[in-house]
Design a protein around this ligand. Structure first.
Ligand code: CS2
Ligand code: MG
Length: 409
């Protein structure tokens, strides 16, 4: 089966998405997500200028060979742009192979290892009453695990608090990337954060009891010793995980955090190959791998990372914010259903407009996601609906400390 056509489709319902659409000589369509939040057009150019010409005429069944060819023949390895582009090709080819086989993709990955994927949603609030309402709302939607983010007294706007007004005057809601010509600036004070967060988790545990799995995202802002301090302070509240405690490009930093706390650690939403995990998995410095299929070279490469992680009792915790398109989310669900070492799946929920552009077959029942049983990954892209939402410039915000120094966002 030969790849005859390859198109890169950019659409912006609710937010920007980049999708690779492959068509074979048998008329089978495969989709891959190539969305890189705030840097979308770099992946569009990489695919259009350098990858699409290489795909036409290739055997659509040779997934591993195509992966190795794109990774090694570029000479310039790794990096988010390259790995998002390769991921899009890889997922589109898996979609095609599964459609050709007449099976949902998870069957080709070994079949279901569970009935559904435990998913966590994003609760947040400017104060405790608002946070409690948000947690209750998520529980009423069916969520059985909940991420908790909170405003910090003295700071204008912080990542992940939906009802907070951004510096631009808009609500955060579910989309931190703002449609604007320039990124929004936010302020940050780690000491204020470290003082406040444990008090919030104490209040949440008192209100909701010991059973509800709670998660928290530190979003790369702490030094190793600050992260260790927070992990230790949160131990009484029994977190499911503390995410991105440090900017983990320095894998060794996690050793220090680990020496001080038993709070489970999740890391990797900005990583893109197994090499970013080499030390932290082998030394068992983390508990969950946060990579998305979309940013880590697709099903082919993320499955290898997760198989490696499994040998060290490290589980999956795939990234699932709104900037992972429905195509990327579907790929994650098929992989998560099949692997043995599944941990949890982030599920932020897309907006109405997005759901009209991408027709999906997944279900969310009793807190569990399931990709559905359509052949392939189970997502169709409505080209006409997509064309009604042209690309809009959008950036993620960035942080400055109170003295004006740029800080990790
Ligand atoms: C995040 C994301 O979902 C998460 O845990 O950290 O919201 C992240 O900020 C965005 O995906 C950035 O594009
Ligand atoms: Mg995160």
């Amino acid at each position: 089966m030969i790849i005859e056509q390859a198109d890169v489709i950019v659409t912006s319902p609710d937010r920007n998405f980049v999708t690779l659409r492959l068509v074979t000589d048998e008329g089978i369509v495969g989709l891959g997500d190539a969305t890189l939040n705030g840097r979308e057009l770099s992946v569009v150019a990489y695919l259009q200028e350098h990858v699409v010409p290489l795909l036409i005429g290739r055997d659509a069944h040779r997934i591993e060979d195509t992966w190795q060819f794109l990774y090694r023949s570029a000479y310039w390895r790794r990096g988010p742009v390259t790995m998002a582009a390769i991921a899009a090709v890889d997922v589109a080819l898996w979609d095609i192979k599964a459609k050709a086989a007449g099976m949902p993709l998870y069957q080709l990955l070994g079949g279901a290892s569970r009935t559904g994927l435990l998913a966590y949603g994003h609760a947040s609030g400017r104060d405790l009453p608002e946070l409690f309402d948000s947690i209750r709302h998520h529980q009423s939607l069916g969520f059985r695990a909940i991420r908790v983010q909170t405003a910090i007294p003295g700071l204008r706007a912080v990542y992940g608090v939906a009802a907070q007004t951004q510096v631009s005057g808009k609500r955060y809601d579910y989309e931190p990337a703002q449609r604007a010509a320039l990124p929004v600036e936010e302020d940050w004070d780690t000491r204020a954060y470290l003082r406040h967060v444990p008090t919030v988790f104490e209040a949440v545990r008192n209100e909701f009891g010991p059973e509800l799995p709670l998660l928290h995202d530190g979003h790369h802002r702490m030094t190793p010793i600050q992260a260790a301090k927070l992990g230790k302070a949160l131990e009484p509240y029994d977190l499911f995980w503390l995410e991105d405690a440090t900017p983990a490009e320095n894998q060794e930093a996690l050793r220090l955090v680990r020496q001080h706390t038993t709070t489970p650690l999740a890391i990797g939403e900005v990583f893109n190959t197994v090499w970013d995990y080499q030390q932290i998995i082998r030394e068992q410095l983390i508990d969950y791998v946060r990579s998305a299929v979309t940013h880590t070279g697709g099903i082919t490469h993320l499955k290898k990372i997760l198989d490696f992680a499994a040998q060290y009792q490290v589980k999956s915790g795939m990234h699932g914010p709104t900037d992972i398109s429905p195509v990327g989310m579907a790929a994650a669900m098929h992989l998560g259903l099949a692997i043995h070492n599944f941990g949890i799946q982030e599920y932020m929920r897309h907006g109405e407009a997005t759901n009209t552009v991408f027709r999906q077959s997944f279900t969310f029942e009793d807190g569990l996601l399931h990709p559905g049983d359509e052949p392939g990954i189970g997502v169709e892209l409505d080209l006409e609906a997509a064309a009604a939402y042209p690309y809009q410039t959008a950036y993620l915000p960035y942080n400055r400390l109170l003295d004006g120094t740029v800080h990790d966002w």
